[in-house]
Design a binder for this molecule. Structure first.
Ligand code: PLP
Length: 386
């Protein structure tokens, strides 16, 4: 059931207290670092057999990375910028995995020089660069999972056909690299544990085929994708963990070293975006729908509203007031800067310019997506509690 209502005053207590005391300028993202730590620990305890590599892209705030370094997390990095960021916040090079299969030879060489020894690839070209610029590194090959679409799908951009992964990993060993194993990513915000089951079954087949040709592998990287309950509820992590555990036992004779790369599941629920209503209007006097323009939009942090993939829960100061249907848009002079016109949101009829609208569970894939200055709007600032 889609929860786009306003009934429940369920803003986490610490965030509410912070907002009440500080009344920050809007729009802003507020992150509760204790909640980040609690989410990390919950993931560790749901799947203790897996090493956690936090996907930095979900929220690259130095404060978040530093908190996770202190928790003992490892990190999935996508660029040399994220490598620098993690090292500056105290992560060791051994705790980094360069998980982006699209990278320049110079970036591989840079990472290797700094001590990074784990890489992901999905093509001959990247593999050849790894052999040349990261000799002896541990490499895993990302394959495309045949699974139902996730909430924010990747399409076919990353990964190769499973049979090609077998050939590439065998070639990696020939090139003097440590053919670590297979990896996959089911797509972000995946609510169906069966997606991981398909990936694990395929990874088991890949591992057996490689063992038969004398290339033993040791790890299995299950990627990220663990979901957050937004307006649509999501199954708890335990459900995914149980499915993963059972599938690994079924498809691997010897348990591989498991790695996971959660991003959203670590930071989403730790963040809230406070916004202000800029304007409420109608397109005709008889129009039932009001247009509510917020001071945040697609270009200032809400990139995941593209295709209305992520429907955030919204809260206002009038939870029990009469409400009506709305279309919600951002403040820029850009026609695409409409957040929700198909998802049936309702907001109080009393809502006026200057009122706050709070966006819950907004700690992932928001601040770092906001543009530098599109239409002159500054990037979304982040404030921290804890
Ligand atoms: C390689 C890789 N790992 C992990 C993640 C994190 O995914 P999520 O935030 O869905 O857990 C991503 C997200 O794009 C990714 O590309």
């Amino acid at each position: 059931m889609l929860d786009t209502s306003l009934r429940v005053p369920d803003i986490p207590t610490r965030l509410r207290a912070f907002l009440d005391q500080r009344t920050p300028v809007t729009p802003c993202l507020v992150i509760d670092l204790d909640a980040v730590r609690a989410n990390y620990r919950a993931i560790r305890s749901a799947l203790p057999e897996a090493a956690v590599f936090y996907a930095v892209k979900a929220n690259p705030a130095p404060e978040v990375v530093r908190a996770l370094v202190a928790e003992g997390s490892s990190f999935d990095v996508a660029s040399t910028g994220e490598i620098d960021l993690c090292l500056e916040q105290g992560a060791t090079p051994e705790s980094l995995s360069y998980g982006n299969p699209i990278k320049k030879a110079a970036d591989i060489a840079y990472a290797y020089r700094l001590g990074v020894r784990r890489f992901t690839f999905d093509s001959d070209g990247d593999l050849e660069n790894l052999a040349e610029h990261a000799p002896g590194a541990r490499v895993s090959c990302r394959f495309l999972v045949d699974a139902p679409q996730s909430g924010t799908p990747f399409g076919k951009k990353f990964g190769c056909a499973p049979d090609m992964a077998i050939r590439l990993l065998a070639r990696a060993a020939d090139l003097g690299l440590a053919a670590d194993g297979a990896c996959f990513h089911v797509g972000s915000q995946h609510t169906d544990p069966a997606a991981w089951v398909s990936g694990i079954a395929e990874a088991g087949r890949i591992a057996r085929a490689l063992a038969e040709c004398g290339v033993p592998t040791r790890s299995l990287n299950l990627g990220g994708g663990f979901p957050t309950g937004y307006a649509d509820p999501a199954p708890p992590l335990d459900v995914h963990a149980a499915a993963i555990r059972a599938a690994v036992a079924t498809h691997f004779e010897t348990a591989p070293e498991l790695l996971i790369e959660p991003g959203r599941a670590v930071v989403a629920t730790a963040g809230l975006i406070r916004t202000e209503v800029v304007l409420v209007s109608r397109k005709s006097d008889s129009d039932e729908h009001r247009w509510v323009y917020l001071d945040i939009g697609r270009y200032s942090g809400l990139a995941e509203t593209e295709n209305e993939y992520i429907a955030y829960r919204l809260r206002t100061a009038h939870p029990d007031a009469p409400d009506g249907p709305v279309i919600i848009a951002g403040p820029t002079c850009d026609g695409d800067d409409v957040l929700y016109q198909h998802t049936p949101y309702r907001l109080p009829t009393a809502l006026r310019a200057g009122d706050h609208v709070d966006i819950l569970d907004a700690g992932a894939y928001t601040a770092s997506y906001s543009s530098v200055s599109f239409n002159g709007f500054p990037p979304l600032p982040t404030l921290f509690v804890g």
